[in-house]
Design a protein around this ligand. Sequence first.
Ligand SMILES: *[C@@H]1O[C@H](CO)[C@@H](O)[C@H](O)[C@H]1NC(C)=O
Ligand SMILES: *[C@@H]1O[C@H](CO)[C@@H](O)[C@H](O)[C@H]1NC(C)=O
Ligand SMILES: *[C@@H]1O[C@H](CO)[C@@H](O)[C@H](O)[C@H]1NC(C)=O
Ligand SMILES: *[C@@H]1O[C@H](CO)[C@@H](O)[C@H](O)[C@H]1NC(C)=O
Ligand SMILES: *[C@@H]1O[C@H](CO)[C@@H](O)[C@H](O)[C@H]1NC(C)=O
Ligand SMILES: *[C@@H]1O[C@H](CO)[C@@H](O)[C@H](O)[C@H]1NC(C)=O
Ligand SMILES: *[C@@H]1O[C@H](CO)[C@@H](O)[C@H](O)[C@H]1NC(C)=O
Ligand SMILES: *[C@@H]1O[C@H](CO)[C@@H](O)[C@H](O)[C@H]1NC(C)=O
Length: 515
Amino acid sequence: MLARGRGSLLLQSVLIFLHVLQTCATKKGPPNIVFILTDDQDTVIGGETPITKTKKLIGDEGIIFRNMFATSPLCCPSRSSILTGNYVHNHGAVNNSVDGNCSSPTWQKQSETRAFITYLKKQKYTTFFAGKYLNQYGKPETGGPEHIPPGWDWWNGLVGNSKYYNYQLSVNGTAEKHKDSYQNDYLTDIINKRAEDFLQLQSPDSGPFFMMLSTPACHAPFTPAPQYNNSFNDTKAPRNGSFNVYGKDKHWLIRQAKSPLSDDAIATIDNVFRNRWRTLLSVDDMVENVINLLTQRKLLDNTYVFYSSDNGYHLGQFSLPQDKRQLYEFDVRVPLMVRGPGIKAGQLREEIILNIDLAPTFIALSAQTAPSQMDGMSFHNLLAQNATIPASSWRESFVIEHQGEYKQINPGCPQYNNMDLANCDPNCVCEDAKNNTYGCVRTLSADTNYMYCVFEDTENFEEFYDLNKDPDQLSNAIQTVSKSVLMDQGKKLMELSVCQGPSCRKIGPPHVLVN
Ligand SMILES: *[C@@H]1O[C@H](CO)[C@@H](O)[C@H](O)[C@H]1NC(C)=O
Ligand SMILES: *[C@@H]1O[C@H](CO)[C@@H](O)[C@H](O)[C@H]1NC(C)=O
Ligand SMILES: *[C@@H]1O[C@H](CO)[C@@H](O)[C@H](O)[C@H]1NC(C)=O
Ligand SMILES: *[C@@H]1O[C@H](CO)[C@@H](O)[C@H](O)[C@H]1NC(C)=O
Ligand SMILES: *[C@@H]1O[C@H](CO)[C@@H](O)[C@H](O)[C@H]1NC(C)=O
Ligand SMILES: *[C@@H]1O[C@H](CO)[C@@H](O)[C@H](O)[C@H]1NC(C)=O
Ligand SMILES: *[C@@H]1O[C@H](CO)[C@@H](O)[C@H](O)[C@H]1NC(C)=O
Ligand SMILES: *[C@@H]1O[C@H](CO)[C@@H](O)[C@H](O)[C@H]1NC(C)=O
């Protein structure tokens, strides 16, 4: 009974929204969509502070979603999820290497052909991409720069991983070399310029477009534009929360960290923190330019603008110097701001939104039904003005998946060769390991705020946090949590770790266990 009541309420809101969408559509045609994706931009350790223009022009003009998560804390797996709408266990890109299906020929055949852009292309969208795609894109073993992923018309794909200078772009399938002149090569600005060239050709009558701008900022090597090289001179990485705290009751990788951090390590952390903010100032300029152009071209009132990131970041949390790949909030929470037609300005929303929800949402906004194989849920009905979707009609749980990376050789730390560890710079503290492989279930509702994780290591290590009581995840509560809560979370973890399509989209409150 209850379930049916909720279902029909949801159906009603969807129908109302579709009606609104239709009435708009008859006047203006399908909406344009601009999607800005940054690299490694966190929300928990202050990553959104420098982008003040973006917050004003997108967030304050629309919705700031306060519970946006990556379902994997690593670039290529998360980006593959963004493109396909699928969890890692369904798209198979488990790490940043070709043999882990990052942009691999298998992935191109099985998953890339069903990426969201192919559905928008079928709706006659003109499609534009500029910036970082997948870490292994454009390499000889993944088809070289000649490979243009299906569905994209204007293609400016970065070969390989994020860089600011000295890189190659695939421009419509032809390699274009870039060196190190600020004017001609600084990648964030090049993305901005290519976006400008494209937008200058668009008008309210030229048909809908989808534009994805995927910046290297604020990923390593954190190279600021020269005019921002001295910005934030006095800024330091935040010292609160779990900064420089030894995670004595956590999994093995956290226990191997050197704590407290040395003064050198802290100086490096502060420097990286400042440079990340500096690189984001160029992103902020790009956002401002894009919004100005949309206004000048009279496109803004029929364009949705999304801003997000692939995963979070840590700098000193639990004494890990600098990376992602952890299950904690700093690595999995990312920004999400959306503005667009019919979205009331100045909203904060609390629903859980995931990286896998972007693909079905873009498809739904182009007035199609999201394909059933996608694990994510379209949140287009949360964008409608006065959306009153009851909390119980949205998800309350999801999974976070990571397969630890490892390299046989660790230059600089030969004592760790052949030990299945990776990213051991600086100071020989390793940021990943083969046994840093885990699945977590995260549950967040009006009265619950849990994270439960299980590791594939020799200890079958488990971690549990009640984030209402311990927001910084300082102490592992696995020994004290009640058996019924643990059983319930364990059941969800098991179900969601193998879910596919519809079974990932289950909604409603947590199961009630009957003893
Ligand atoms: C991942 O790659 C391996 C071998 O490269 C392949 O056998 C497997 O099917 C791929 N998985 C997916 C889901 O594409
Ligand atoms: C890339 O392809 C698009 C679509 O065909 C075309 O309009 C654009 O001019 C091309 N760009 C370059 C630099 O050739
Ligand atoms: C930016 O500052 C760094 C560190 O002070 C310096 O090494 C680098 O040369 C500067 N870059 C530019 C373009 O001024
Ligand atoms: C920032 O620091 C650099 C190097 O220490 C210095 O050259 C520069 O003048 C400072 N900039 C500002 C705005 O304080
Ligand atoms: C730490 O301080 C920053 C800046 O004051 C704040 O934005 C952030 O929420 C705080 N983080 C924690 C974990 O308390
Ligand atoms: C939303 O609510 C406001 C104020 O309650 C009302 O003025 C407006 O007409 C509503 N908009 C829609 C699309 O229902
Ligand atoms: C990536 O995943 C593949 C498949 O599981 C594995 O063979 C490879 O060693 C992994 N690469 C790294 C760097 O961990
Ligand atoms: C994790 O892997 C490292 C490196 O191979 C090893 O030293 C450590 O004992 C392992 N820990 C667990 C809990 O499996």
